[in-house]
Ligand binder design. Structure first.
Ligand SMILES: Cc1cc2nc3c(=O)[nH]c(=O)nc-3n(C[C@H](O)[C@H](O)[C@H](O)COP(=O)(O)OP(=O)(O)OC[C@H]3O[C@@H](n4cnc5c(N)ncnc54)[C@H](O)[C@@H]3O)c2cc1C
Length: 399
């Protein structure tokens, strides 16, 4: 262990691993902490978009994921509340990178953690939980960590990257945790075996019984799938997620048919929040930056978060490296704010938030799915915007 790291990264999910890879590339020292021991479960739909795969490739982490033989996702199927179905190929995000894949996050995150653990300048420690930040005159000077034996340790650093997910302790300690229900969704997922009729398509169903919620079926293998349900729009009350999930399974014809002889894996039904990118405000203080779910970077329209986690982790690391190159760790926040706003705010979060509100209306969803089912151009625009190939704002131009 170093006596003072350039950065301490709290959380070793996709955001934390991306930050570690980028800091290593910049020749900086980093301590990557995670309170869990890998491999660990992560509640997710397990879908990695083409954009996420491109990010992984840029970070040198794609081979580790492809070695897991992930299930290809070459097509997307969407059904509207009136039962109309559209199907479209997923566009290639870059030459030589697969369309999209589905693979259990338990395996992905373990592979990423192992890959970055061996990188120059990176010390990785799972089973180590951040308990507190040492803040003095507005700046973070170090972190307090609980070691696997239960002892407390203090580690000094020049900057902190919070990548500790939706319940981020770093965000809470910095006074930046958002509790506004208008910017928070919830989702539940379970694994099924013995699923019939699966293909290379990921399926999203706007089932009328659970509107403004939605359900998904993402194949993880020839007869296994990650099945889930979630809601993104604020419903103005408490949603019982277990009930939402059951209603989806019982009422949606696609789910009912595919799961007729399937078995839910015991203990796999779990729920988790979706902190949405529509939340206002900055994502850090002077020399402490928040990334991924800790920053609330989940797509308000689709619930996707891995691409944002990878990109924001890399952006935060570059901001830290550039600020330290100028011997001005306090400049990290300004550089990072500029980067994430340019990449996400107007292109994804603001138009995505408006679309999410519209998508909670049955009449709007039926219209869009009907139109896209009929017209190839509308379909490819829709799929292009969902997969980040086209700015979401383009969807507001009537087609
Ligand atoms: C049901 C559901 C389905 C989803 N489906 C998809 C999907 O199909 N595709 C997609 O792209 N996104 C999906 N998402 C969103 C996606 O899962 C997240 O956006 C993504 O995991 C964010 O990555 P992260 O690295 O920011 O955080 P996480 O992956 O949550 O990692 C945070 C890490 O921080 C660690 N940690 C927490 N507290 C501490 C602490 N005090 N000290 C040290 N370590 C700590 C945790 O152990 C964890 O390993 C889904 C989310 C949900 C809830």
């Amino acid at each position: 262990m170093e006596s003072c790291y350039d950065a301490i990264i709290v959380g070793a999910g996709p955001a934390g691993c991306a930050a570690a890879a980028e800091l290593s590339r910049a020749g900086r020292s980093a301590l990557l902490l995670d309170r869990a021991r890998f491999p660990r479960d992560k509640v997710c739909g397990d879908g990695l978009s083409g954009a996420a795969l491109v990010s992984l490739e840029r970070l040198g982490l794609l081979p580790a994921v492809m070695e897991l033989s992930p299930q290809p996702a070459r097509r997307v199927v969407v059904s509207g509340p009136n039962g109309r179905v559209l199907e479209h190929p997923v566009p290639l995000a870059a030459p030589g990178v697969p369309w999209g894949v589905v693979v259990e996050r338990r395996r992905v995150d373990h592979a990423l953690f192992l890959s970055v653990s061996g990188l120059p300048g990176v010390d990785a420690a799972d089973g180590h939980a951040l308990t507190d930040l040492a803040i003095w005159q507005g700046r973070v000077h170090g972190v307090r960590v609980q070691t696997p034996g239960g002892a407390e340790a203090f580690v000094r650093c020049r900057t902190v990257i919070g990548a500790d997910g939706a319940h981020s302790r770093v965000a809470k300690k910095l006074g930046l945790a958002s509790r506004d229900p208008r910017h928070r969704g919830m989702a539940v997922r379970a694994y099924f075996t013995g699923v019939s009729g699966l293909s290379d398509a990921i399926e999203i169903h706007y089932e009328k019984a659970i509107l403004p919620g939605y359900g998904w079926i993402f194949p993880t293998g020839p007869d296994t799938a990650n099945v889930g349900a979630g809601y993104l729009a604020s419903r103005g009350g408490n949603v019982h997620l277990g009930q939402l999930f059951r209603l989806f399974l019982e009422n949606n014809p696609h789910a009912a048919e595919k799961l007729a002889h399937a078995r839910m894996e015991e203990g796999s039904l779990r729920a988790w929040p979706l902190p949405l990118g529509t939340a206002p405000g900055r994502r850090g203080t002077v020399n402490a930056l928040l990334t991924g779910d800790a920053a609330g970077f989940v797509d308000p329209l689709t619930g996707e978060g891995v691409w944002y986690a990878l990109e924001s982790g890399a952006m935060a690391a570059r901001a830290v490296a550039d600020a330290l190159d100028q011997d001005a760790p306090q400049a990290a926040l300004m550089l990072y704010e500029r980067a994430w706003r340019r990449a996400f705010l107007w292109r994804e979060f603001i138009p995505g938030g408006v679309l999410q509100r519209l998508a909670s209306k049955r009449i709007f969803l039926n219209h869009v799915v009907d139109k896209a089912a009929k017209r190839r151009k509308t379909r490819s625009l829709l799929v292009g915007a969902i997969s980040h190939q086209i700015p979401k704002a383009r969807l507001f131009i009537y087609h």
